[in-house]
Ligand binder design. Sequence first.
Ligand SMILES: [Zn+2]
Ligand SMILES: [Zn+2]
Length: 319
Amino acid sequence: MGKSGLVFGLFTIVALVTLAAQNPPSAGKINPITLKYLGAAGWEITDGTTFVLIDPYLSRINGPPPPGGHPMAADTRRAYRWGDVASPDLAAIDAHVQHADFVLVTHTHYDHILDVPHIALKTRAVVIGTESTENVMRAYGVPEEQLITVRGGEDYEFGPFSLKVIPSIHSALDHKRYFSSATAPGGMKAPLTLEQIHPEGGTLAYLIRFHGHQILAFGGMNYIEREIVGLEPDVALIGAGSSRKEIYDYSGRLMRALHYPAIVLPTHWDNFLLPYSASQQVNLDALQSFVEEIAAASPKTKVIVPKYFEAISLETAGK
Ligand SMILES: [Zn+2]
Ligand SMILES: [Zn+2]
């Protein structure tokens, strides 16, 4: 090492020691992780500094029901059809999404992706998803440097957290008839119709390792068992809608494969065609059977039924 190298090296050490003194890495004060349910399959996961969103869908339009579902007869709001363009509900997004560093999208369906282009443009968050999802982002002019296309199998380091992308499959809608698994093509121009943002484009799940926690997030009611065997998340966001009943031993196989996670948070169990203010009592009642399935398969697991926008702290939730 030459003289200048030595001086530089010493300077670097002094600078690092000074930095360490300002930000002691393990002074016992790691910010607790909180999760917030946004409805449908949407979540915010944060340590107070880094904000990760999953399938954030705040607009909750009176949209076309999923195959096998029924339109909402009593809803007086505008009813959207597949050929319509629906604009995001900017007031709802502004009320609940102030920060986002990363948005993870499980698949290209409107109840997962309708709001994501606006959220990405507003927060400059990086959007991680399939090629299909990224093509929808491109149509709305989300810059390439904010787009990370994944295929499933990646395991990426992002500094504050790491992310394992899990190949998965969509809920078995309409009595096991997949709606579509087409990919939204490149070269589309906004605004896109609901049909254009609803091809599915393949489905992913995500394992987020964040301050010692491992949070596994699904965006619907299915999984590929061999892709999740051996994962040991302490927190699992598990699709709990009624289409899970199309799947053989859904909760039992999941709990065994994941080695009985400490906390299960049911997701995608509410009726996303209704506004936040509407009663979800029918769906809450239906959710009881899911809670019982998990209790039977994994008696020590704590199931927490989330309330919209209520912070769930992992430091207290496990107690
Ligand atoms: Zn879907
Ligand atoms: Zn969905």
